[in-house]
Design a protein around this ligand. Structure first.
Ligand SMILES: *Cc1c(COP(=O)(O)O)cnc(C)c1O
Length: 401
């Protein structure tokens, strides 16, 4: 790393980091010298595909090569909120802004090798966006089934990738079984939350956590759960790493649901072995629309993961979620969607109940970015107005007040 800045035009050098422009008038840059540097091998750069031994044998193309390899951040200012030592695995940094890309990367690439005409999905959120984007980048048709009342702002996020969007009349929540039939009848591969090829992609998030933390290991991992797909993938990763001798004691899995639709929490609290669908009367409205599934296809599997790892399931209210979302931004510098704020709200609840100790290391998994929702009124905005001539006299006092 160089210590001086230099002008690209006249080659004058400066030692003052704060000087932005050269005497000649042009902007300066640092004079870093990479002599002796080697390019990393291409495999190093292929996102989640570097766990080739654990994935189908194919060459990822398009954005499939960009899924995964998200950062694991130590975020000390969030410790006080969480009540323990936290790391953040920021899944919002995937190509379409959610962990769904790990599943789409593997499942859409895999589908491309089968004898089918299109991939499809049932979603009007992150799953739809991710599947459509991966299909677009690989040049395979995509069918997205959405409810008739889907807001335009959400349709826009999906439609940019040009899938065939079908608004389905009738009971949208009951489509899951119909679509499994369609899979058999039509040359379309519907890739739902629990498609085995997706789970294969999701497990790589667990591999990355252990790789980034080594030689340390997490005591627990906290993530939102709705259909239970991601939780299944994380558990599958734990089992494969245990089998490979990488993990000795599994991390406790903590799943967090929205109190407005929390069938897995209810089954956990009632000490049941299976998760049953909630009746319509038991389902409320929530700002965490990515995690509202009242009938989770992988719910029982997710519950089993919790029991086998010694974790727990808990629910948080919209008020808890909004507060955690603000803390992620104000203390972590992270913009997460409401569903993705639930692990922080949940861990806070679990530490105050004594389920997690303050000296334990917990990985929070914010599953998706909040950037898609900006402009929808979730953030309160405060500004100050100063005249240009008052900036130098008043800015310092404004900051110290
Ligand atoms: C899909 C999704 C979830 C829920 O994951 P499941 O696999 O359905 O449990 C959580 N957060 C975000 C941002 C999502 O897109």
């Amino acid at each position: 790393m160089g210590t001086s800045t230099v002008c690209y035009r006249c080659n004058r050098r400066y030692q003052d980091d704060n000087q932005v422009r050269c005497e000649c008038g042009e902007p300066l840059w640092f004079d870093d010298d990479l002599a002796g540097f080697d390019l990393p091998s291409p495999r190093e750069m292929n996102g989640l595909w570097r766990y080739a031994e654990a994935l189908p044998d194919l060459r990822p193309e398009g954005i499939a090569a960009a899924a995964g390899r998200t950062p694991l951040l130590r975020s000390p200012r969030l410790d006080q909120v969480a009540g323990c030592r936290v790391y953040v695995k920021d899944e919002g940094e995937n190509p379409t802004g959610s962990y769904k890309d790990r599943g789409s990367a593997v499942a859409v690439s895999h589908a491309l090798q089968q004898d089918i005409d299109a991939v499809g999905t049932v979603s009007y959120g992150n799953m739809a966006m991710s599947t459509a984007a991966h299909a677009a980048s690989l040049g395979i048709d995509c069918v997205v089934l959405v409810p008739t009342d889907t807001p335009t702002s959400r349709l826009e996020l999906i439609a940019q990738y040009d899938p065939t969007i079908i608004q389905v009349e009738g009971e949208y929540g009951k489509l899951y079984d119909d679509v499994l039939d369609l899979n058999r009848e039509l040359p379309i591969s519907f890739l739902l939350s629990d498609a085995p090829a997706r789970i294969r992609g999701y497990k790589t998030a667990l591999f990355e956590i252990y790789e980034a933390l080594a030689p340390d290991t997490p005591d627990a991992i906290a993530l939102p759960a709705s259909s239970g797909g991601f939780a299944s993938g994380i558990w599958r990763g734990i089992l494969e790493f245990q089998n490979a001798g990488v993990i000795d004691t599994p991390p406790r899995l903590y799943l967090v649901q929205t109190a407005a639709s929390d069938p897995i929490t209810r089954a956990y609290i009632a000490d049941q072995d299976e998760v049953s669908a909630l009746e319509a009367e038991a389902v409320g409205e929530t700002i965490a629309h990515s995690i509202g599934n009242p009938n989770p296809p992988s719910g029982t599997r997710a519950l089993t993961a919790v029991r086998q790892t010694g974790g727990a399931v808990c629910s948080v209210t919209d008020a808890d979620i909004r507060q955690a979302q603000r803390q992620f931004a104000r203390r972590g510098g992270l913009c997460v969607e409401p569903a993705s704020a639930t692990p922080l709200a949940g861990v806070r609840q679990l530490t105050s109940r004594g389920e997690i100790d303050e000296d334990e290391t917990v990985v929070l998994l914010p599953t998706g970015t909040g950037f898609k929702e900006m402009g929808t009124g979730g953030v309160s905005i405060q500004t100050n107005t100063l005249s240009r001539s008052a900036l130098s006299s008043q800015l310092a006092s404004l900051l110290s007040s």
